[in-house]
Design a protein around this ligand. Sequence first.
Ligand SMILES: Nc1ncnc2c1ncn2[C@@H]1O[C@H](COP(=O)(O)OP(=O)(O)O)[C@@H](O)[C@H]1O
Ligand SMILES: [Mg+2]
Length: 378
Amino acid sequence: MQEMETALDDLYRIENYIDTFAPGHYARVVEAEDLRNSRLVAFKAMRPEHLSDDGTPGWEARAFINEADLLVRLAASPTAVRLYDCGYISAEDERPDGGEILSLGTNVSAFRENLYPYIGQHWRPYLSLELLPRNNSLFYLMKPNSANGRRRLPTEEGIDLAIQFAHFLRFAHDQRIVYLDHKLEHVYWDGQTLRIIDFNSSQLLETGTHTLDQSLLQDIHNLCVGTLYSIFTGLSPQKGSLRPQPASQSEVEARYADVDHLDFGVEPSLSPSLQELLQQGARQEISTIREFINGLERVAGRHGWELPGVHTMPTLRQARGQMRAGLAHLRWGQEALRTARENLLEAVIMDDINEEMEAELRRLLAQINDALNHRVIP
Ligand SMILES: Nc1ncnc2c1ncn2[C@@H]1O[C@H](COP(=O)(O)OP(=O)(O)O)[C@@H](O)[C@H]1O
Ligand SMILES: [Mg+2]
């Protein structure tokens, strides 16, 4: 592909912001259509306040190159979000709309080489990413709608998610890549498949250093504390209830540093073997991802999972089959409630309905909302 500048509008149709419920420190993210292939994407552009006055790239701008580089290295993983395109845009407003664009595809070296010249002209880096549905954002799903409310994933789904996450980290760690920025905002889950976004605080490390071992350990610690604790309790490890946590690199490193113990008091029935594994992670006693996977598989065995080299009883296996069937029905049921709500909402906004009809529609809608607020699966 030839590198050249063109009008942004020729390549992308820019739509609404999609980051408002979970804003990031580095970027604003909008939905967009890539007009070259009609694909919908998440268009992640650096916030204009990270442009420096002297025209040299700050660490936020360099983080975009880092993210593109890591996404290309991790492209063979089914879990990392896809990178479609990267480059620079000239738009001055925060909303990345209008002006010009330099689109470089997934050519990370061209992205890196153009950093100084384009930042020098006050253009901003962007990434065009696979668009993930907001309804699968665990932060969005698990956010309670009352002050003391909380939601948690069923243990069966949480184990599934944890195993997929651990396999992703094994793939990354084998390449000396650490993810580090573990939080629900970055985790997408549809009940079956895990997807992960935001790699700009992640790192590719040098071989054979103390930092490498320490970072691998820290990555496992952050996974246990920052994501897995929250999915099994609905709480954040430091602050109680869930809140978005935009963060810079140093904040990412400090965020969970003090957490060496997890409070499972709110979920006393949560699998003791799982609690113990997460506590070990919190105490930084799990130094390799393989060790963590072994631990997880032992927990999974106690929940009826059939895995090579893991003991499970036939009855447990059968019970797990019923569990999966039940959870699938629950998800359908919740979906059906949402569809019913849409049906009634269509009716309630009709102009010429009478008061009797409207009152009944509103009564039903309130009941449906109540049922959905008390849903079993986040
Ligand atoms: N690929 C994507 N699909 C859908 N939403 C996304 C995607 N990438 C980012 N977002 C939304 O934008 C927010 C900020 O993006 P993120 O990559 O975390 O930016 P930052 O690097 O500034 O933290 C996310 O919390 C999420 O809500
Ligand atoms: Mg982020």
